[in-house]
Design a protein around this ligand. Structure first.
Ligand code: 6LW
Length: 529
């Protein structure tokens, strides 16, 4: 055997490996959901090489989380569109109120976000030239309904929404909000209930109108019509729905409720769709509606085809843009910087005087607004989304200057009617106890109350899996003691209801208005698996 012939199999092997790595680059694949946890009603736009995405936010403040991506697969939250009470009065909004589906569009250097505040004056838009900065004051719009969207063509700006059982179109002035033409019904869809979530696109001389039908539960689907005239008539795609998990081909898919979609063309000319869906466990879903991504084949003059057969998967083995992931979020939130990251929100409009920072801690003033209060009031409560089915969250707090009945702790919260609270509570005799309470509609149950050895700092922990939340505490900072377990399904959308999803938060509640109680939280750890 010559030296060359000995080297040949080695070289072939190298060649094969190189080929494989080249294949791997073109077929990188990705994991759905691309934005996990309560992130419904996604809308996406492209500005140059950058992509921006928004979600609905209901009763939470700030409103409309805003994400940025370079590859449509990895998303980083860069802020919120609605950061001031003047943009987002939440009155007595609960999970069914506040901010419904938004749309984001980029036109000639300006970003527009249009949405509905169902607890206030309805439809409005805000705009900015710097999406990482402040957005404008609301520009209020006359055309009603939910799910407003914008379509720009030349110097014209069109608005669509669903004021009644159909999609209505009008022309507006996006600077003043003035409605320039009469609202006209342009499509009612294919007969599914709740035709909503409309978006208009223009391609190959056709106006395409993408909508959702069937409602946001298991019957959800995405349909599309097209017309040569923006005012219609729109002809439905004979292959509608273009995305749904309602049929046999997705009956055992862990993803259900696919709908409420938006389309975007990437820098390489390929089309993609973002949509909402949920991941269920035995027909219960806990994390709310999440944001998913699917590739779209959209040939000239043809109808768009979503991921081949109109279904999506958790593991998507499809080519993507060159992937540009962001650094993983740290497990620990500390409070030294004196401000909270973009993942933290409040229920309704927070009373900021009840939140402060000192000695590296988050200082929460206990006020007599319990988490179950459904009113204009905002409890002292700061929350983040539960983004993983399996997770652990831990915080460390000290309740101080408390009167009998005052408490502070860690909440696993669906909304006012449904939460589990793990707290440190002040007793009448001056001692403190750690307490596990279930609040599930008419059921209000204290599962366990354990007297603490003193009034020093206490660590509280909740660990979640698909079936159970398990609650622990530690009075010595070393060993954790099991306090109790609770079924996840009571906080699920199917049981608790709601448009949102499970949240984890730190709170402080006083039993009376005269208390001087407060709690200092040293950190908050969230570790998803
Ligand atoms: C949203 C509507 C919907 O406005 O649910 O699933 C409503 N789609 O389009 C609330 O998210």
């Amino acid at each position: 055997m010559t030296k060359n012939s000995m080297l040949k199999p080695f070289m072939m092997c190298l060649g094969l490996l190189a080929g494989m790595s080249c294949l791997a680059q073109n077929t990188q694949g990705y994991q759905n959901p691309v934005i996990p946890g309560f992130h419904p009603d996604p809308s996406v736009c492209r500005a140059g090489n950058d992509y921006y995405l928004v979600n609905s936010s209901f009763q939470y403040f700030p409103g409309v989380p805003l994400f940025h991506s370079k590859d449509l697969v990895h998303w980083e939250q860069i802020g919120h569109c609605l950061t001031r009470p003047s943009q987002l009065p939440l009155h007595d909004a609960s999970t069914w109120g506040g901010i419904y589906a938004p749309t984001i569009r980029y036109h000639e250097g300006t970003f527009y976000m249009i949405t509905t505040n169902v607890s206030d004056k309805g439809n409005f838009l805000v705009h900015t030239t710097d999406p990482r900065g402040e957005w404008s004051e609301p520009v209020w719009l006359k055309q009603g309904g939910i799910d407003p969207s914008l379509y720009f063509e030349g110097d014209k700006c069109y608005m669509v929404s669903n004021p009644s059982d159909g999609i209505f179109l009008c022309e507006i002035n996006p600077q003043t909000g003035e409605q320039l033409t009469e609202s006209k019904c342009i499509w009612t869809g294919t007969g599914g209930r709740y035709p909503e979530g409309p978006h208009i696109y223009k391609k190959d001389g056709w106006y395409y109108l993408l909508i959702s039908e069937g409602g946001t539960e298991y019957g959800h689907k995405v349909t599309i019509g097209r017309s040569k005239d923006i005012y219609g008539p729109y002809l439905g795609n004979p292959a509608n729905p273009i995305l749904t998990h309602i049929n046999q081909n997705a009956q055992s898919n862990p993803i259900q409720g696919t709908g409420h979609a938006d389309l975007v063309q990437d820098t390489e000319g390929n089309w993609w769709l973002v949509c909402l869906a949920f991941r269920h466990n035995n027909s219960h879903h806990l994390l709310g509606r999440e944001t998913f991504l699917a590739p779209v084949r959209w040939d000239k003059n043809a109808w768009p085809v979503v991921n081949g057969d109109g279904t999506i998967a958790l593991q998507m083995d499809v080519p993507t843009l060159p992937q540009q992931p962001f650094a993983k979020a740290p497990v620990r939130t500390t409070f030294e910087s004196g401000k909270l990251g973009h993942e933290w929100v409040y229920v309704r409009n927070p009373r900021m005087e009840n939140y402060s920072f000192g000695n590296g801690k988050l200082h929460l003033k206990a006020i007599p607004v319990p988490l179950e209060e459904m009113s204009l009031n905002s409890p002292t409560f700061v929350l983040r989304r539960q983004e993983h089915t399996d997770f652990t969250a831990t915080t460390s707090l000290q309740l101080q200057k408390a009167s009998a009945g005052d408490e502070a702790g860690l909440s696993v919260y669906a909304f006012e009617t449904s939460f589990y609270n793990l707290s440190v509570k002040q007793l009448a005799d001056g001692r403190q106890a750690v307490c596990l309470r279930y609040h599930l509609n008419a059921i209000d149950h204290t599962e366990k109350e354990v007297i603490l050895p003193g009034t020093a700092e206490v660590r509280l922990r909740v660990a979640g899996n698909k079936d159970l939340y398990t609650f622990y505490y530690s009075a010595d900072g070393k060993d954790f003691t099991l306090l109790g377990k609770a079924d996840t399904r009571y906080l699920s959308t199917e049981t608790a209801g709601g448009f949102t999803g499970a949240m984890l938060g730190m709170y402080a509640v006083s039993a009376s208005g005269s208390s001087k109680a407060y709690a200092d939280f040293a950190y908050f750890d969230y570790e998803g698996r």
